[in-house]
Design a protein around this ligand. Sequence first.
Ligand code: KG4
Ligand code: ZN
Length: 395
Amino acid sequence: MSLHTDAIISYLRFLTSPACCRIIGILHPMLILAIETSCDETGISLLQAGGGLSKPKFKVIENLVSSQIKIHAPFGGVVPNLAKREHLKNLPILFNKLLKASSLGSKVSAEGGSASGGKSRKLKVDLIAVTVGPGLEPALWTGIEFAKELGKAHGIPVIGANHLEGHLYSFLLPGKQKTVATSDKRQWTRIFPAIALIVSGGHTILLNMKSFSSWKRLGETRDDAAGEAFDKVARLLGLPYPGGPYIEKIALHGNPHAIAFPRPMMRDSSPSGKYNFSFSGLKTSVLYYLKNNLAFNKTDVAASFQEAALDVLVSKTMRAAREYEANSVLLSGGVAANKTLRKRMKDESGKLGLNFFVPDFTYNLDNAAMIGAAGYFALMRKKKYILSARGDLEI
Ligand code: KG4
Ligand code: ZN
């Protein structure tokens, strides 16, 4: 090999290296293709990211999600191998759809269901971001393999992204409502320190954030996640899966003070309990109530359960905001789609003079745009996640 060829090869390697992507990402916006398959939503997104760690800015070009809810609903929860099968089927379909819908063009295709695109034109994106965890490992692997194959075929670097970081950063994705990226620039100085609550079907985590790249975990759930409690109580009430949105809907017609369900750990001020959560006792208490009151009022049970769960979430978040003298409160994860929770968090933040940030409704539930944001931040933070499924990956 000549010296000249060597130089070209090492230059090409540099161009596709994370270091180079990092430089490109700060200087001018980079194009990211993002993939999410951690649970029961297959997601592919194309987005532009720039601004680095100090002024991150995102533009979502496409955000495609294929939900498997109908397939898992009869089982009352997500079946990992069914999820894997559906992701394998949906990934190439969504990828081709994205190519057609976006400026990337239809000449680059996932022919024959593979990610390589056969002999067609090269895919012109700067980075591929894929969820590596937490989530269901068989499901995670489908996205990781798809991303790796795509990266290899088109010479694009692939970066691993943490699903929980995706939720955390999702408030930065511009949607229909005014978000931080499009709002008053002065707010940038008013975000940190921030208290962030991530509430999803698998997690309930409270963080104290100093910046977009540094945070401390204050607490988490010791048993069920908040979303899981919504789903389990919904099931007890005979509502479909996932139950969160159904509980919210019928709770609107019920009395939130009709039944005094417990608020587990709400007043616990011990160092070990202050910022931790527990929702399993609340769910059991609903179960006993239903057993002992056969003529129960469904809407009152839903409203009273929701009130109890939200009381705990809101009061612990505000306690942390006061203790750590936060400038803002960030709310994210599937349960953040709950309008009553959003309103209460906003009102309570307002009373303390804090900014409140929550994702646009498009980005509360699992999606790939948030994974693009998490991938971008991982690159900027030089955080390397191994491209291998990690079911229990932490934030
Ligand atoms: O973030 P997500 O889509 O998936 C996980 O990463 O877990 O969250 C799904 C969870 C489910 O438990 C679902 O019931 C809950 O979010 N959820 C809600 C609402 N919408 C979704 N919980 C309460 N109220 C809602 N409106
Ligand atoms: Zn999620």
